[in-house]
Design a binder for this molecule. Structure first.
Ligand code: APR
Length: 236
């Protein structure tokens, strides 16, 4: 793979499915029993902060019960070994990439283990619940902390950095994402535009499947380690 130097990997909920975390768009269209709009919009938070805090507090607590799977481990192996640029852009708010050992990770939709103070704008690492209106460790204000999650209608984080990485990419790889949510769903088109090779690995063809040069269909836990073996194999 001598022609590939810069890689952008996009991950979605499917990469964490085999760790036991629910994806967003299951067959019944519900997410942990809720419609996405009822728990993942600023309007939902303004209308019913108790429900929204309870929802994210439960998900944050649940992180302690799950572990990275083979797909996260394989990407961490790639991260440690890849000599060129690599950016793992994740839409996931779990911390399974980091717990597997990956370091070149960007959480474009925020993180469960982070709290954002609407009073002073500071972000603080957060392990406990937020629903009981704790004080912001930075400014001391009570009741201003919200989950550091990018909700529908809000701007994903670090889009400039992501765009720069895509513009330089030789290879774009999408793993475990349905292709429903923009801007992430459009990354493949940007990558194609700049001439990158594009590959998706997903349990089923994503909505944007036809944009990829190659689609591998199956479980991330099997497909991703095999792909990392391939790309790290010495060229003959
Ligand atoms: N291996 C690979 N892919 C899988 C696996 C698996 N074991 N299990 C499920 N999938 C696939 C599903 O087939 C589906 O196409 O993962 C995809 C998950 O899609 P979504 O549930 O829509 O999740 P995602 O694409 O990450 O959602 C994007 O939507 O609600 C928002 O902000 C939220 O970041 C999220 C965004």
């Amino acid at each position: 793979m001598t022609d590939i130097r810069n890689i952008v990997v996009l991950t979605g909920a499917g990469i964490s499915a085999e760790s036991g975390l629910a994806t967003f768009r299951g067959p019944d269209g519900l997410w942990e029993g809720h419609r996405v709009e009822d728990v993942a919009t600023p309007e939902a938070f303004a209308r019913d902060p108790v429900l929204v805090h309870r929802f994210y507090d439960a998900r944050r607590a649940n992180l302690k019960t799950v572990a990275p799977n083979q797909a996260h481990a394989a990407l961490a192996r790639l991260d440690a070994a890849w000599p060129g640029d690599l950016l793992i852009v994740t839409q996931n708010v779990d911390d399974l990439h980091e717990r597997a050992g990956a370091t070149r990770v960007l959480h474009m939709h925020g993180e469960l283990r982070s709290a954002w103070c609407r009073g002073c704008d500071a972000r603080s690492r957060w392990e406990a619940d937020l629903g009981h209106h704790p004080l912001c460790p930075r400014c001391g204000t009570g009741g201003g902390l919200r989950p550091d999650i990018v909700w529908f209608g809000e701007m994903p984080y670090e889009m400039d950095r992501i765009d720069r990485a895509l513009m330089d990419a030789d290879l774009f790889v999408s793993i475990g994402t349905s292709g429903n949510v923009y801007p992430a769903a459009g990354f493949v088109q940007t990558a194609r535009y700049v001439g990158a090779r594009t590959l998706e690995m997903n349990l089923e063809p994503s909505l944007g499947s036809t944009h990829f040069h190659e689609s591998r269909i199956g479980n991330a836990g099997a497909l991703v380690p095999a792909w990392v073996d391939e790309i790290l194999a010495p060229t003959p």
